[in-house]
Design a protein around this ligand. Structure first.
Ligand code: TMO
Length: 311
């Protein structure tokens, strides 16, 4: 064995010994396309950095990420919203390749939503049948004579069309290209007092800026999504709304507790409240901060909270 080879073998051995203390592989964290998640990913990353772990951020489709996590290409998803991702998440958990690692205190809702002034234009809101009677009022040139429901980017929720079909609504689902496009349309409609119904969620920064309400659909039941015979339409599933008290969870790859035991212990203790998530969104969307700066601000303001997760 020549000296050079021996030296490099030594380096590899040193690295793997160190790896048993602080895993050599970076913790792989996805970046999605809404603000609280983007800021929160930096927060999670910075906490793990403080504990000695390297991190790598990977832009990921928020549905496909569950397959990636199942395969170990992503290590953790720290904002699993029940409404949008519950079906994809619970599938990989039941397959055994993803661990349901923690449930945040935050309660979530993701649903069709309108700004308050629309109640004067369409009597009976927030009831979904009242909305449907006013469908034409929400028409755009592309949806006419049906109303337009402005949905989020396609990777958030795949079920708006199923909802419209299941409840036989006179609406056309039009997906926005980004969260920014949703807020731009809301802003423009609000300035003109124009009818609009769009996808929104809570906790979010929107509630600090606009008054509004979620549409009340038939109440969510798990069976509604799985069993066509359940609900008012005997032939189709999804004839109900999204959960009103939805969970926000953290999922990790099944190999993560072994590959990064110290990081796993920290991640299991992480726990964001509604206010935490809303503040993360606000720092980005109202204060205009860059994700890393927003993360530094949240960490500085919440030191006792996250330091307790590291013990
Ligand atoms: C997943 N989201 C919070 C955008 O609904």
């Amino acid at each position: 064995m020549n000296g050079l080879l021996r030296a490099s073998l030594g380096t590899v051995l040193a690295a793997s010994v160190a790896g048993s203390v602080h895993a050599a592989d970076p913790v792989k964290i996805p970046i999605h396309n809404w603000s609280s998640q983007i800021v929160g990913a930096q927060i999670v990353g910075k906490i793990l950095n403080q504990a000695g772990f390297e991190t790598e951020f990977i832009s990921s489709d928020s549905q496909v990420v569950y397959t990636s996590m199942c395969e170990g290409d992503i290590h953790l998803v720290h904002e699993v919203w029940q409404g949008a991702f519950g079906v994809a998440f619970e599938k990989v958990v039941s397959e055994g390749c993803v661990i349901d690692a923690a449930t945040h205190d935050a309660k979530t809702r993701e649903e069709w939503w309108y700004p308050k002034y629309v109640e004067e234009q369409c009597p009976g809101l927030p009831d979904w049948e009242a909305l449907n009677k006013c469908a034409e009022m929400f028409a755009t040139p592309e949806s006419k004579p049906k109303g337009r429901f402005l949905a989020g980017p396609v990777d958030w929720l795949k079920n708006d069309q199923e909802r419209v079909d299941g409840l036989k609504m006179d609406f056309e689902v039009v997906n926005a290209g980004s969260a920014a496009a949703l807020w731009a349309e809301l802003d423009s409609a609000s300035r003109r007092n124009a009818p609009i119904v769009l996808f929104n969620w809570t906790p979010n920064f929107i509630e600090a800026v606009y008054e509004g309400a979620f549409i009340e659909f038939p109440e969510y039941h798990k069976e509604c999504r799985e069993d066509p015979s359940w609900g008012m339409n005997p032939d189709l599933a999804y004839d109900c709304g999204n959960p009103k008290d939805g969970y926000l969870k953290i999922g990790v790859w099944k190999g993560f507790p072994e590959s990064h035991p110290g990081a796993y212990e920290i991640v299991r203790k992480m726990n964001f409240t509604n206010l935490d998530i809303a503040v993360m969104a606000k720092l980005a969307d109202i204060d205009g901060m860059e994700p890393e700066d927003a993360a530094d601000k949240w960490l500085a303001d919440n030191e006792a909270k996250w330091k307790a997760w590291m013990n």
